[in-house]
Ligand binder design. Sequence first.
Ligand SMILES: Nc1ccn([C@@H]2O[C@H](COP(=O)(O)OP(=O)(O)OP(=O)(O)O)[C@@H](O)[C@H]2O)c(=O)n1
Ligand SMILES: C/C(=C\CO)CCC[C@H](C)CCC[C@H](C)CCCC(C)C
Length: 314
Amino acid sequence: MAAHPLSSVTVTATNATHKLSILRRHFCTQKYASNPITHFGHQHLLRNASVNVDIQRRLLVLPLHVFTVDASGHLLQDAGASLLVVAGAYALVSGFDNLTQRQIIEQNLSRKLVHIFSGLLYMGCWPIFSTSTEARYFAALVPLLNCLRLLVHGFSLVTNEDLIKSVTREGKPEELLKGPLYYVLMLIICSIFFWRDTPIGVVSLSMMCGGDGIADIMGRRFGTHKIPYNKHKSWVGSISMFIVGFLISIGLLYYFSKFGYFELDQVRTIERVAVVAMAATVVESLPAKGGIDDNISVPLVSMVTAYLSFGLQP
Ligand SMILES: Nc1ccn([C@@H]2O[C@H](COP(=O)(O)OP(=O)(O)OP(=O)(O)O)[C@@H](O)[C@H]2O)c(=O)n1
Ligand SMILES: C/C(=C\CO)CCC[C@H](C)CCC[C@H](C)CCCC(C)C
């Protein structure tokens, strides 16, 4: 039979009362028992002590246990949320592998769709985590587990064709140790340092997932006009990145503000997000960037620009 939720409160409150009665006994015998003058005071203090016990129990002990019940509630909620998101991540990767196997979509499109949807859906799940300070760590467990999964498969300690087919370009396990690994590392960093109460992580991940992802999809299909300083990238790709990254950022900021995580001034937010989207787009369009992957350069530049324009408190 399930225990009554308040039973733990009662037990701990009884323990606290017991501890207070020991303190009361100690207080009476040690300090006042041998002094006849203070003995009167002792009775008085004893009476006061029992009143204090009651007040303490009401003011301190009970809220303390409400906190204990809250903490275990948060723990359960966060553990459940992590499990749900882990299952979601597994389903997403398997789902795209299935579509690739059945040749409904080609491998590169699958990789880019996983790139777009995994991070955006991951952020979309942040509100199901509790309001506790540890919630962000529970959320970060999901990309952390995926990070370990990428390491294990990337070093070919275990072979999983599903994962390789849905997230790599050429089907080589070592590819998992580049773009996909940097990607999940950025999800971890943003979850821990820029959780849902600041726009910085939301905007940076929107640019990495939505913006950079769409640049590839649109650029490969319609990118005939190349950027003057980079013959591998096109105007269509970069303009799509700016527009889609901007719109997804605004959409997610609106979503998080509806949950009350922050309040934003509309006009200033639009201006600031436009600045971040522009900085991320320019960095993505640069040639090679000394071998730095877009999954590192785009979110890092977005984080710095968002930090400078939003600050830590929006
Ligand atoms: N601004 C952009 C970005 C990308 N592309 C198109 O998308 C392709 C892939 O771009 P990108 O993702 O930067 O290339 P890689 O680094 O090779 O791939 P990935 O980062 O996905 O591993 C480019 O060759 C180009 O056709 C584009 O036209 N314009
Ligand atoms: C192909 C990728 C990057 C290359 O540019 C992305 C790889 C992503 C993963 C291996 C899976 C990551 C899953 C997320 C951490 C959680 C998604 C949860 C959600 C509910 C679907």
